[in-house]
Design a protein around this ligand. Structure first.
Ligand code: ZN
Length: 476
């Protein structure tokens, strides 16, 4: 078997498969049969690679992930389907349709307290109907990794060029560094938003939506704004496809897909709330610009085996600009609004960090300690309590949009945020308060994006959370 030929065939297969998944996720017609055939072909393709090659390591790990993916794609589809058809409210509606997992966030943004609680409780009790699907998916995936002598956690830290010990340490330090400030601010903002103490059904996504009520947004097209920002740094958003239609079957969260890196890169979103949309668009275009910037002549694996921490570095690099009053004024916000947004966004970020510390420690434990499936909900509740001081039903993890879908993923946001905290601080020091208009900054960012997985930003063994803790807990 010859590696360049294998890469070419694999890239072609991946293109067709990614297109089907794209159509499925944006609510366009797709074929389950075709997905089944392509997944089977891709499973054969990756198994053949693993039988012949022991390196490059990134590709070996990626292929193990694909074999696991091809053995569990049916459960993935069943989960997607169950979220539309089983996780459905018996009582509450949005736009005349019963509220489902797909429309939960849009509903929560406009529902009252009692309605939100009702839907939350109902969904928690329905989660037991999707639990067997998730259980099968995780056990088959875990066994596949074990067959190749590894596990999802070890493969994850390998792709981030770090150790499990360091991963645990940095998440643990972050958790301790932000907890008391989070608990304080969470109490404060619960009063501001809901006029009461925090409750278990005020999840991150409700807070994120409600937090900006009453703030006047300038008339701003989020897509035009992010284009201007990207161009201001001397980078280019050209050629990225945007799907902004609000179709009924469309995935609730915004996302970016690369069909072929770097030539076919796409962004999907549906409107929730003006400031959230601005954030999402900056985030997803950060991903898109990254994948667009990767050099086309690099080997298949260097373009495609991008660790999640490296990928999130560039999305967060752009969305974190919206934490800066100076930047908000630069894109058209009034001074006063910019300060208020900064304060509220800092709370949102703090909430996200505390929540994702819990999510990360949950994932690390579940693989490292091989926790039996029925102990996962109590384990999740324990980590949420310990990181956020909140008592929530542990089954919530089954309703999250990443935890039951991905084997690891969640620590990547925190790793990337630590890296971005350091980059922003350095750029400000070297290029002044308006550093985001500097072409030199753009060139430096491009130098981190274009090498794909060979980027200097792909190594997380030296990452530390101190800058991130400082940025989240001190008023500026
Ligand atoms: Zn992202």
């Amino acid at each position: 078997m010859n590696l360049p030929q294998w890469c070419q065939e694999t890239e072609e297969l991946a293109k067709h498969l990614r297109l089907e998944y794209w159509n499925m996720s944006v609510g366009l017609p797709y074929s389950e049969q075709k997905i089944g055939e392509l997944e089977a072909q891709s499973g054969k393709q990756t198994s053949a690679f693993l039988a012949h090659f022991k390196e490059p390591q990134d590709l070996v790990d990626d292929c193990i992930g694909s074999v696991a993916g091809s053995k569990t794609f049916k459960e993935g589809l069943a989960l997607q389907d169950a979220r539309k058809k089983i996780i459905v409210s018996s009582k509450h509606k949005l736009k005349r349709n019963p509220v489902s997992w797909q429309t939960w966030r849009q509903f929560a943004a406009q529902a009252n307290d009692a309605e939100r609680k009702h839907v939350y409780d109902e969904f928690i009790s329905l989660s037991k109907k999707i639990a067997p699907i998730v259980q099968k998916k995780f056990s088959v995936a875990g066994k596949t990794y074990a067959d190749y002598g590894t596990n999802p956690l070890d493969a994850y830290v390998r792709s981030h060029r770090m150790s499990v010990k360091h991963l645990r340490n940095v998440i643990g330090e972050l958790k301790e560094g932000i907890k008391s400030e989070f608990v304080k601010q969470n109490k404060h903002y619960s009063e501001v938003i809901f006029g009461r103490e925090p409750h278990y059904y005020d999840d991150f996504y409700v807070i994120r939506n409600k937090l900006y009520d009453g703030i006047t947004m300038p008339k701003l097209d989020p897509v035009k704004s992010v284009f201007a920002t990207i161009r201001g740094m001397g980078l280019s958003p050209d050629g990225i496809l945007l799907d902004a239609e609000d179709r009924p079957g469309k995935y609730a969260s915004p996302f970016m897909t690369s069909i072929v890196v770097p030539t076919d890169v796409r962004v999907s979103y549906k409107p929730e709330n003006p400031f959230s949309d601005l954030n999402s668009i900056y985030h997803e275009y950060g991903h898109a610009v990254h994948y667009k910037s990767i050099k086309a002549d690099l080997p298949f694996w260097t373009r495609n085996c991008i660790s999640e921490g490296l990928a999130e570095t560039f999305s967060i690099f752009f969305d974190k600009l919206l934490m800066r009053p100076g930047f908000l004024q630069h894109i058209g916000f009034k001074d006063e609004t910019a300060q208020e947004l900064r304060t509220r966004t800092r709370y949102k970020e703090l909430y996200g960090a505390a929540f994702y510390c819990a999510n990360s420690l949950f994932k690390i434990d579940s693989w490292e300690k091989q926790v039996p499936f029925d102990e996962l909900a109590p384990l999740y509740a324990k980590h949420v309590k310990s990181c956020m001081g909140l008592n929530i039903p542990g089954e919530y993890w089954l309703l999250h949009h990443i935890l039951p879908d991905s084997l690891m993923y969640v620590p990547s946001y925190m790793l990337a945020e630590m890296q971005v905290g350091e980059l922003h601080a350095r750029f400000e020091k070297e290029h002044g308060p308006q550093w985001w208009t500097s072409k030199e900054v753009g060139a430096e960012v491009d130098a981190l994006m274009s090498p794909g997985s060979d980027s200097p930003a792909a190594t997380f063994e030296k990452i530390n959370p101190s800058m991130m803790i400082k940025q989240l807990t001190t008023e500026r």
